[in-house]
Write a protein that binds this ligand. Structure first.
Ligand SMILES: N[C@@H](CCC(=O)N[C@@H](CS)C(=O)NCC(=O)O)C(=O)O
Length: 332
């Protein structure tokens, strides 16, 4: 029998939790290994990039990047499929997966490091995970270092004083929209998880583990809370729904956050990288957003466009993508 795959990850890493949820959903044999001082040497043998998760397959191959990891596994373990049969739902789910990874991560990362209460809680948790055996004094020292390093890194996702209101307001609005959408619906595309759930759910789950967003979700959004918890051990509870029944409550979310914010942002980011600019500014729903370009996102935009190209020409899908403000950007 093949050895189980190994997932080197962390409880506080949304991309690690995403890949673990997928393994659990497919019932694929795996070992979850926390990357810390004890496991770092093994991790380094296989990791080409200094990021988690890292999957080491039963053939002893190290693979990274959650989206291609899941796509590769999906080809090997096609059932139960994470792709809805309805072509509109299927592509929107792929779009939401990308959105979760890229914009959902801004929500999570910003809220995690913007306020003292979250900084202290998160740095403390990370320090405990990295060095489980240290005493209280050493732990406090490591936590202080983690806090300084992470607060100094938030610019990377575009979290700064100018962009903060845009990030925070969009997240609070998105939570309300998702709360409505998830009323009497277990997952985003019906009663079984789709690719989009794996991209977005873990980002919001991580935000919920932190004090500020945790209090907001616990206090106001029971459907969102049930969904992100369900996404830790997802399962088939029914069928995917046709796009027509999802549209009334999913469209407002897509229009505002995916088409209104994420799409113009990712286009401006890619243009800035192509031009070799140090910083870029873009108007997003009437506000100016400024940040340094993020390299990885140009790569993932290219991958998303290739996925669109594979289904291009479906008029019903194009009409939905045009309505939510994504069609032109996907055509490139
Ligand atoms: N695109 C990658 C992103 C992975 C990523 O950014 N992981 C973060 C943690 S959530 C990381 O490893 N950061 C550096 C570190 O923690 O050492 C994926 O989808 O797997």
């Amino acid at each position: 029998m093949a050895a189980p795959d190994r997932i080197y990850g962390g409880e506080m890493s949304p991309y690690s939790v995403k890949v673990r949820s997928y393994y659990r959903y497919k019932d694929i044999a795996h070992h979850w290994i926390v990357r810390n001082s004890d496991t770092q040497a093994d991790y380094q043998k296989y990791a080409k990039l200094p990021i988690i998760p890292l999957v080491v397959t039963s053939d002893d191959e190290g693979i990274q990047d959650s989206t291609p990891i899941i796509e590769r596994l999906e080809a090997a373990f096609p059932k139960p499929s994470i792709y809805p049969d309805d072509p509109i739902s299927a592509f929107i789910s792929t779009l939401v997966e990308e959105f979760g990874d890229e914009w959902g991560n801004k929500w999570m990362f910003h809220f995690r490091w913007a306020r003292e209460v979250d900084q202290a809680a998160c740095a403390g948790r990370i320090a405990r995970t990295m060095m489980p055996a240290v005493d209280e004094e050493q732990h406090a020292g490591i936590a202080a270092q983690v806090r300084e390093r992470m607060v100094g890194r938030v610019w990377f996702v575009g979290s700064n004083e100018q962009n903060a209101p845009q990030i925070e307001e969009s997240f609070l609005e998105a939570l309300e929209q998702l709360e409505t959408h998830l009323d009497e619906r277990a997952y985003l595309f019906g009663d079984r998880p789709a690719f989009g759930d794996f991209g977005l759910g873990p980002q919001i789950y991580e935000a919920w583990t932190d004090p500020t967003v945790g209090a907001i979700i616990e206090g106001r959004h029971p459907n969102v809370l049930a969904w992100i918890q369900r996404m830790c051990w997802p399962r088939v509870d029914g069928n995917f729904e046709p796009w027509s029944s999802l549209e009334p409550t999913l469209l407002p979310f897509l229009e505002r956050h995916v088409g209104g914010l994420f799409m113009p942002w990712t286009l401006a980011n890619a243009a800035a990288l192509a031009a070799g600019d140090e910083d870029f500014s873009v108007e997003l729903l009437g506000r100016t957003w400024t940040q340094k370009p993020q390299k990885y996102h140009a790569k993932s935009l290219k991958a998303l466009r290739e996925k669109y190209a594979a289904v291009a020409g479906n008029r019903a899908l194009d009409s939905v993508l045009a309505r939510v403000g994504c069609l032109d950007g996907l055509k490139g």
